[in-house]
Design a protein around this ligand. Structure first.
Ligand SMILES: NC(=O)c1ccc[n+]([C@@H]2O[C@H](COP(=O)([O-])OP(=O)(O)OC[C@H]3O[C@@H](n4cnc5c(N)ncnc54)[C@H](O)[C@@H]3O)[C@@H](O)[C@H]2O)c1
Length: 314
């Protein structure tokens, strides 16, 4: 029997779909969703929901004890573009919430923890193509610095205190159920909404900016699969590279034009261009494939079909 799971930041882009999938898999009562705000109605009504601040150790501890929580998925964070505007708030949220969860696990109150890292851990000196698991990192954004520090702390808590913490470096994620929350890859979601609504899109990155991306179904499957893997198979306790597809804004536009021939795109790069330029173009995820059998299912054209069909229906 699955013991109770707590999701922090459950109303965000990933948390919303993760909650639905975990409830489907383990039963609604077993999966306690929480966030600092109330998200969409389905999520709040489809099982237990708590208003919970991930930076408050005491508040999380109360919920963990009340529901006898065994595993936590920590999805609360401030993302790359927003973090550049509020550096200290981003640092306090991203690091404070992680320490709360790692410390609860260290005290034996949790047996397993999932915390997501990002391709933002890499920086301008990192090899751009097929970026290896272990390489030069030197992130140049507030968000990337917090994720790299987080990775180091995860590995430290695993080695020093035996905390069973698991992590992946998500690429940019594409989904239709929830809008993205202030990242540099948000254009790859907005473009589908605008294609259907207005037939055109002004992109905040230039046409040649190639970034690693992933369809949300693949990201959720990767997350749950890593959490279900036997601990002894895992050789990385900082965070696994996770790859799927890589594309530029002009390639997404071409993929959309296969279904909406009149769709047009223009480019007006803003401050997010500099962030994107510091990130890899593609990711070598050999270790995730070897250690826990990672295999993506969706390429760009399949993602386009999923996005357009679901958004049309929505
Ligand atoms: N979406 C992506 O493309 C992507 C890529 C790489 C990594 N990630 C990582 O995955 C995780 C989830 O990302 P997301 O895209 O779902 O983010 P999001 O911004 O969509 O959602 C974050 C959620 O956290 C909540 N939150 C904010 N402050 C909180 C607090 N103090 N207490 C509790 N909840 C709080 C927000 O209300 C929001 O619902 C983050 O760690 C993010 O860095 C996301």
């Amino acid at each position: 029997m699955q013991k109770p799971i707590l999701i922090l930041g459950a109303c965000g882009q990933i948390g919303t779909e993760l909650t639905v999938e975990l409830r489907k898999k383990y039963g609604s009562e077993c999966v306690i969703a929480s966030d600092i705000r109330e998200g969409n109605n389905d999520l709040v009504k489809s099982g237990p929901f708590e208003l919970l601040d991930a930076t408050s150790y005491g508040a999380i501890e109360d919920v963990v004890m009340h529901y006898e929580i065994d595993e936590v998925y920590l999805m609360a964070a401030m993302l790359s573009a927003t973090a550049e505007k509020f550096p200290m708030r981003a640092w306090n949220l991203n690091m404070g919430s992680l320490f709360n969860i790692l410390n609860l696990a260290r005290e034996g109150k949790l047996s397993k923890v999932f915390w997501p890292s990002s391709i933002a851990v890499f920086g301008p000196n990192t090899p751009k193509e097929d970026t290896p698991q272990n390489t030069i990192m030197e992130p140049s954004t507030v968000y990337g610095i917090s994720k790299q520090a987080g990775e180091r702390w995860c590995e430290y808590y695993f080695k020093k205190f035996g905390v069973d913490v698991r992590s992946v470096r998500y690429p940019g994620l594409i989904s239709w159920k929830t809008m993205p929350g202030g990242g540099t890859t948000d254009y790859a979601v907005e473009i589908y909404h605008e294609a259907l609504k207005n037939g055109n899109y002004q992109c905040f990155l230039n046409e040649e900016t190639k970034l690693p991306m992933m369809y949300m179904d693949d990201a959720i499957r990767a997350t749950i699969s890593l959490m279900e893997s036997p601990a002894e198979n895992l050789t990385i306790r900082s965070s696994y590279n996770l790859g799927s597809m890589s594309f530029t804004p002009s390639e997404v536009a071409k993929s959309i034009q296969k279904h909406i021939p009149d769709f047009s795109i223009s480019y007006a790069p803003d401050f997010r261009q500099q962030i994107a330029d510091s990130w890899p173009s593609s990711i070598d995820d050999t270790l995730a494939r070897k250690d826990w059998g990672w295999q993506p299912n969706f390429n760009l054209d399949q993602t386009t079909v999923e996005m357009l069909e679901n958004l049309k229906r929505d």
